[in-house]
Design a binder for this molecule. Structure first.
Ligand SMILES: [Fe+2]
Ligand SMILES: [Fe+2]
Length: 196
């Protein structure tokens, strides 16, 4: 596999929390791509390709990352009999609600972005909606990711036994194997690399 100088090595499934943090970095990066495209308002070949990649990423990896947290990490943490977990329950509920809000915004961005790619142009009104949805998402994700990385993930790393973390990693691997993504997409290529 070619390695680019400066690339961070892919986290592996035995370290699920690191893997989730890598997902956060990709979410942040692709949100900045969407912001840049919305501000540009026109698609040349490079921005069109960047929009295609960002839409593919969020269509596949966004819901799967939420599932990693809601169906694997949060339940494992909730099962811990610990006062700190009891205090974090409300936060985990709020994080799950934010996932649902973010998914609605992703659907709108996807709809507008796909239409933009198909037509090669976007109306002023749709561009305004696109930009508003992207900025709202950034406003949701910034504190959301901070709460996960500063409160929930450290608690999980502290309390969950190694076998539970490995089990979470296996669930994450199975999710990706079940849905590797559109053939040729950057997501599916990355997945093949990290599972090889
Ligand atoms: Fe989350
Ligand atoms: Fe997250």
């Amino acid at each position: 596999m070619p390695v680019n100088i400066g690339d961070k090595p892919q986290a592996d499934f035995n370290r699920p929390i690191e893997l989730m943090m890598d997902c956060h970095r990709r979410i942040e990066r692709f949100l900045m791509v969407l912001r840049k495209i919305g501000r540009a308002g026109k698609l040349d070949a490079r921005l069109g390709s960047a929009l295609r990649t960002a839409l593919d990423y969020f269509k596949l990896a966004g819901p799967r990352h939420n599932e990693d947290e809601e169906a694997s990490l949060f339940p494992a943490l909730t099962a811990c009999d610990n006062a700190a977990v009891a205090a974090a329950m409300l936060r985990m509920r709020r994080l799950a609600e934010e996932h649902a809000t973010a998914e609605k915004l992703h659907r709108l961005i996807d709809e507008l972005g796909e239409a933009w790619l198909k037509a090669g142009k976007i109306s002023a009104e749709d561009r305004r909606k696109f930009q508003h949805a992207v900025e709202t998402l950034i406003g949701i994700y910034t504190p959301h990711i901070a709460m996960e990385e500063h409160e929930i993930f450290p608690l999980a790393a502290q309390l969950l036994p190694p076998e539970t973390l490995i089990g979470i990693g296996e669930q994450m691997r199975a999710r990706r194997a079940a849905n590797p993504g559109r053939e040729g997409s950057r997501c599916s290529q990355r997945r093949r690399k990290s599972s090889s």
